[in-house]
Design a binder for this molecule. Sequence first.
Ligand code: SF4
Length: 599
Amino acid sequence: MLQSATTRNVIKQCNRTLSIRRYANAALSMNIEKKARRLVFDNRSPSFKDFLSKQQPVNATIDKSLTEPDNVPYLQMDSKTLGQGRKFYIEVYGCQVCALSVNALQSQEVNTSTKMNVNDTEILNAIMTNTGYERTDDLDDANVVFLVTCAIRDNAEVRIWERLKYLRHYKTKINTSSPPIVGVLGCMAERLKTKLLEQDRLVDIVCGPDGYRSIPHLISLAEGEEYTEGVANVMLSADETYADVMPMRLDTSNASGWVSIMRGCNNMCSFCIVPFTRGNERSRPIDSILDEVRFLNDQGVKEVTVLGQNVNSYRDESESKYFMSGRNTGSSLSNPGFKTIYKRKDGGRRFTELLDQVSLINPEMRIRFTSPHPKDFPTDLLHLIASRPNLCNSIHLPIQSGSNTVLERMRRGYTREAYLSLVEEMRRIIPDVWISSDFITGFCGETEAEHRDTVSLMEQVKYDTAFMFAYSMREKTHAHRRYKDDVTGSDKTRRLQEIVTTFHAEASKKNQSLIGSRQLVLVDSERPRTKNGIETKVSGKTDGGHKVFVQENEDNKALQKGDYVEVNVNHATSASLTGHFIQHSSIQQFARQKRNYST
Ligand code: SF4
């Protein structure tokens, strides 16, 4: 339904009021924390517990100037040279570190959460560099150390706590002459907020995923004498997308690049912490995305992955002509078996239109996307993927469980049957599509019969790649409030092992069937390796994302990162392929050849 101009104005005013109230709460929170020589910006007003513990007078005054958005202290950036050449060092964490076992070729890659963190790190890199700091790869050189974190699974956080303890040891025992400031950024910062500052003085700066612009200023505050117990900005934003920040790549020799197109998620799956750490869904304007992809293309990047927590729910509403016209390409759900727990909005430019435009920038640049939700695959999106050779035929289709009752408890918004009919539709429209998925085993109340449903679904779909995890309950989630984490640890481990075995058995059969086939491989590593007793020279990825090790011969001595090569597959495991180099190729040339073979 279209909104009238008046309605939109009212909404704007409400948003502004909410925004001002948020800043007021932040200011109040800041006043209370100041007593502890700690400065915290948060969306929440102080709790009753805060009130009692801090003995805050009821009529606490708020500095009125702080309630105006234009005067928010952390946004006041005095200088482009705050850093004065000082060095920052970054470590990026993601939840792939705690997977028991995943398709080995994919485990060498980063998964969605980590990709988002890498992309966030590139945004941080740009913000820090633009304010006069320099990046270093040497901890001993660093004035500031950042840990860019993930909160999806408990194991990832345990690993970060261990690292923080080491960094405290490093500051107090090893590098006492110039101890660096330590900052925890990203989802763990958002989830734990001030707990990170309170815990044994391990951390000086805490900053959530929507506060990166404030980091140079937070550093100045942490270095000053007033806030000796740390500073934090964990405010979640309704509109921050960093659309105007051109990320600076960490590894410019990489043939692949990532572009974040939307942030946050509205789905509220019952097991998931993401909506609480990344906030509500909001999309970048399409033009800023196209500029960034063109920039990567100009730098010689051969493969771009567009990223978002629910990437195919992308909806650019920045231009009123699209918003008001109700133009709505690709807004429909995948099929009648899918639903959302929130009311979907009309208008705006959708994912299909974005992908259409991104794929036209350079037909020789591969485009991937992750992570999508199965609800957002309208037929026109599938036809677009089928028709553009540079839109990779690999689709991540996270199901999480094969049991309808578990899916209901997870609040995924679809049934096993709806999901399977979508898989069928995908394979009809894109015959050589490669499908990957995520699985959580041992979710609250999962019975043996429900677990068997997941195993049977895996046997039916025959995935090319899978990310499999044992359930780990997170505070704040719907599941934490409503369900019991009652599957024993040993049952979770056994069930995880069973789905891993099922996946590998099916993937191995599928990969064996590729022996003798020709694949287009984008070389992404020049490291020679011995694979299954075979000497290989370089490695890369197929259109479907499978790792391929390319054997050395007289013709391929000069292969390098970024080359497209045609490879004849002669060996396969469930995790990777090995093959002979045939010739240099290109996306368009390979697509023409494929068409000729099939006619
Ligand atoms: S779709 Fe569900 S699992 Fe994915 S980020 Fe959103 S809430 Fe989490």
